[in-house]
Each structure stands twice: as structure tokens, then as C-alpha cells.
Design a protein around this ligand. Sequence first.
Ligand code: AMP
Length: 391
Amino acid sequence: MSSKKHASTAPPSFASGSTIGILGGGQLARMLCMVAQRMGYRTLVWTGGQEAPAAAICDEFLDEPFDSLAALERFISLADVATVEFENIPAAALDAVEQSLPLRPNARAIRICANREAEKSFLRSQGIPCAPFWIISSAEELAAAMQELHGPGVLKTSAFGYDGKGQRKLDGSEDPIRIWHEFSAPRAILEGFICFERELSIMIARSANGDVRCFDPVENLHRHHILDLTIAPAQISDDLLDCMKEIATRIAVAFDYVGIMGVEFFLDPVNGIIVNEMAPRPHNSGHHTIDACYTSQFEQQLRAVCGLPLGSTKLLSPCVMLNLLGDMWPAENQQPDWQELLADGACCLHLYGKKRAVQRRKMGHATFLGEDALARVTSVKNQLLTKGQTL
Ligand code: AMP
């Protein structure tokens, strides 16, 4: 297999006209492709065999699973630089890509973020505050951990967990043998339950030469464990904002990270800011940056991945991002009535072109700009939910 790794020690950069290879073809890849198109780059999307909203926008796509050798060879031969739009890429594919192309962020960072056990262990090893946790691979280990925790917790699968999937809340009184049997995951972590005041997140970008830029931290509100609203900027003290930026920077430096990363936090009334998890890619809570910042998170990803200077992260207007989930669609293949949303006049609608509106599936988002965005978003959201499929 040919290798395009550069011999020089200076980090390579890629001019417009180069091809960005993207592992994963969901909405995050789609929005990156849109920026790439605007900035004169070519895009190659490897879907992994999943439905791929990015396929309609990219220059070329490989609709093959990530274990296809033929797809790997083609990806490597066509792409100049590679990045990911989600972290659950098989390690073999990530390693093979990294051996042949600059992969930004690097495979180690992606692998750690994809596995809660590795992620939490990494945070602990760096001395970064996170919820107390125990690594569990048997009913006996769960019993011992529950005894030590002595209170409510959350049991989470080590792999393939997102949007609250693969999680179970425990009050501490359950029978560990029954819980472990029902949970049926080979490995998990038990986390102490955090009675957080707020959930917050930050998007951070680090360039190939080590420059770091953070977007303003935001506050996130969830519905059914899925992000519902992002409020930008978060209304918290400067000390807390600085603390989030400092922690995100420490993580990015420790990973020798190149690209965009989301870091999610809990604001704990006792311990202050603690990390929940990291996403080694653009993040749903950074979507407002498309309409409300000088540089969007997707342009920042492109800039970092291609070795270009990072852009300004300045927020031009306070805003609220509303996730548009499948339960707002009147029926699986019937579009909502966008009249009220569009009549707002300061709301930007983004739809991902997904064919089927399944309950809780992320179909699009809308960013409401202005000081009064929260009041306006509430009215539109309620109208969409009322006319949508049953909750
Ligand atoms: P996650 O997939 O780990 O981001 O978890 C999804 C959501 O579950 C989070 O956004 C929180 O609302 C909640 N959650 C996760 N872990 C904890 C925890 N240790 N304590 C309290 N709530 C949690």
C-alpha cells in the first residue's frame, strides 16, 4: 500500500484543491463538506456502509464498511489528508489510514475518546477532574464498586455509548448480579451520579503547529438524553469559563491533538467544573458557530486538518440552537411546516437530508440569533412538537 507521509519534520499543510478524506458520512461530515466546497477543497467520504447525509455534498464517496480492504486502498490513494466525523471507527481502519496519510486528529486521541474506560482513565492520569468511576468487567467487580460508591451512579458501556445509549442509572440498592446480567456488555464503567447544576461544553481547535483557539463555552439542555438546546454563550462566571478553557487546552496538548474537539462538562455544586466526556470531532453543541461566529466549527476543523491558520472564534450574536429531532416530523416521510420557524426572520434552518424521520433521530437544527432567542425558540419548538409524531 502506498504511503503519502511527508519526509520533512514540519507539519504538512494542504492547499485548496487537495482532497480531504473523511471517515464517516453523517451530518457532521456533510457540514464539513459544505465548508470544503466553499473553500475550494475536494472531499472523499467513506461511509462505513451507513446511510450518509454527506454523500449528496461530497465529491466522491465510498459506500463500504470500514473493514473493506478495497475501500481502504482507494481512500488512501485518493485522499491527501484524513479526518473523522465520529469516533467509533474500527481501530484497524484508523491505524491503516494513519500509517499512510496524516490523520488529524491522531488515532490515539480518537481511540481514547471512543472508549469510556480509556477516556476516564486518561482524564485520571492527567489529573483532570471527572466523576468518580470504577472499571467493571464482572458482577463481582460491580458489587465491589457499588459498595465503595455507596450511593447513586450511572453504569455505562465502555464502547459504543452516545446520547445516553448503553447507560443505566442505579440508585445503589440494586442487586449487582441481576444488573450485570441485564446490562449484557463485556466491559463497563460505573460512575458516581453527579447532581449537576448545569451541563456545559466547549469547542477547542488546535492547529498542526500547536496554536489553540477556544469557542465561547455554551450551556446544553437535554430532552430524552439527547441534546435539545444549546445556549451561547453560557451565562457563568469568568472563573468558570477560564477553567473550562484551561482544562480543554490541557486535554488537547496531552493528546498532541490537531483538529476540532468538543469537551462536555458538568457544573457540580461541590466540585465545580468536571469533565463528562470528549468528542474528537465537531460536536452538536457547536452547530451554532455556523451562523453566529466568524469561523464555524467546521471551517475550524478544515483549517486545523489542512494546516492553515485557525480562524477567529468570536461570537457575533448571542443565540440558541434547537435540535430538530424526528419526533417533530408529522410522519416518517412528511416534512414539518416550517412557516413559523422561518417567519422568525433571525433563525437559520439546517436540514441534513435524511430520508426517514425516526423518533429522536437528528434530522436538522435551527439557530435563533439575538438576545431574546430563548423566548422565541420555545414557541417554535412547542409548535413543532405539537404537530409532530407522538412523544
Ligand atoms: P453521556 O452519553 O455520557 O454524555 O451521558 C448522557 C447524559 O446522561 C449526560 O448529558 C447527562 O445528562 C447524563 N449523565 C451522564 N453521566 C452522568 C453522571 N455521572 N451523573 C449524572 N448524569 C449523568
